[in-house]
Design a protein around this ligand. Structure first.
Ligand SMILES: NC(=O)c1ccc[n+]([C@@H]2O[C@H](COP(=O)([O-])OP(=O)(O)OC[C@H]3O[C@@H](n4cnc5c(N)ncnc54)[C@H](OP(=O)(O)O)[C@@H]3O)[C@@H](O)[C@H]2O)c1
Length: 350
């Protein structure tokens, strides 16, 4: 059994990954800014079928040099999930945690001889989009990053920059790495459980409040999804086998419906009516530039960047998942359940 470091363990994905890793028998050290979070994390781990006694705190902070670690840990594998994940971040904040923090994690993996699993995002597999915003995926480090941060917002830009810089450093230092690029997270496929800060919850909130009057984009647009439990299982499978450096898995359910279908499934679960009209994305983006519009519509302009029409090649992931014995859940069911869970959670907080 291995010793594994997980950053971002208190987040939505980490909260489902850690129970699986401990159930596989691994000892898991979770990088925590606040070590007092360990007890709650252990309780969550046990309630999700994990082995809580195998979770240990490693006090550290992605924004600190050397991750702020008091001493050098030992581990065979590092999962890097930690990130500042929010709209409206400043470039400095996003770069400090997402880009510099990621580089610190690569240096740690190198120093302790551990394999590394990087968690990026599905836009890293969208070369059309990257070219449109000024990234040449074959020479990404030469990109005009300042302009890209202005154009797509600090979260997305920092995720792109973080991935390319981390991979370059890992290759330079000889770290064996794999990358998993998740689509937007949908709730747990059986319970619909969704964290309050997830983008899909914002959509459910708008839908339930009657603020979503039209579907952004056209019938060709979609927001590809993956259920959090499937993603966690995919990530955990990487701990169970050797992988070649540069392995890249796009964690995206190709059966995700188009945006209208997704909104309809969420509305079905939430027990409300879905809009049927479409609003063109360029028009919506202009509208959201109006003073107060983002607050009024409870929609951030930068969140629209993920709604696109391109399709993705998931062949490598399907092969990997099948070899690992993973079964893709019914994504439409998972969306309906997320809508139900998300709207119930709303009633609990109002
Ligand atoms: N959710 C999605 O739809 C989605 C889609 C594609 C990719 N991703 C990527 O997947 C990863 C995990 O996403 P998630 O949804 O689980 O995120 P999340 O719920 O927002 O959790 C973020 C995690 O990062 C940690 N963190 C933030 N700043 C930190 C710092 N300075 N030092 C140490 N830890 C810090 C947080 O810890 P604290 O408890 O200390 O705040 C938390 O554990 C991220 O890299 C994200 O970009 C997510």
């Amino acid at each position: 059994m291995a010793t594994i470091i997980v950053t971002g363990a208190t987040g939505f994905i980490g909260g489902w990954l850690c129970p699986l890793l401990t159930r596989q028998g691994h000892q898991v050290q979770v990088l925590l800014r606040r070590p007092e979070q360990l007890q709650a994390l252990q309780a969550q781990c046990a309630s999700r079928g994990g082995e809580a006694s195998r979770l240990h705190a490693l006090v550290g902070d992605l924004s600190q040099p050397g991750l702020g670690l008091a001493s050098t840990p030992t581990a065979d594998l590092v999962y890097h999930l930690g990130a500042r994940f929010a709209w409206g971040l400043s470039r400095a904040e996003a770069q400090q945690v997402n880009v510099q923090g990621g580089l610190e994690v690569v240096r740690l993996a190198s120093a302790i001889g551990a394999r590394l699993v990087l968690v990026g995002g599905f836009m890293l597999e969208n070369r059309v989009h990257q070219r449109q915003i000024g990234i040449d995926p074959d020479h990404p480090l030469d990109s005009p990053w300042a302009r890209i941060y202005d154009r797509v917002g600090a979260y997305e830009a920092s995720k792109l920059e973080a991935h390319y810089r981390a991979v370059a450093l890992a290759n330079e230092l000889g770290v064996t790495w794999a990358a998993v690029h998740p689509a937007t997270l949908c709730g747990h496929s059986e319970t619909g459980e969704l964290a309050a800060a997830q983008p899909l919850q914002a959509l459910i909130t708008n839908l339930a409040a009657g603020r979503l009057k039209a579907i952004p984009g056209s019938a060709a647009h979609w927001l590809p999804l993956v259920s959090v439990d499937f993603l966690a299982a995919l990530l955990a499978a990487l701990a169970q086998q050797p992988f070649r450096t540069g392995t890249s898995l796009l964690a995206l359910d190709e059966h995700s419906p188009d945006l209208a279908g997704m909104v309809a499934a969420l509305a079905e679960g939430a027990g409300c009516t879905a809009p049927s009209r479409h609003v063109p994305l360029p028009l919506l983006k202009v509208l959201l530039c109006l003073p107060g519009a983002e607050t009024l519509l409870q929609t951030r302009r930068e969140s629209l960047a993920f709604i696109r029409s391109e399709r993705y090649d998931t062949t490598a992931t399907r092969h990997f998942a099948s070899a690992a014995g993973l079964i893709w859940p019914d994504i439409r069911q998972a969306i309906v359940r997320s809508g139900r869970y998300g709207s119930t959670a709303l009633h609990r907080t109002t």
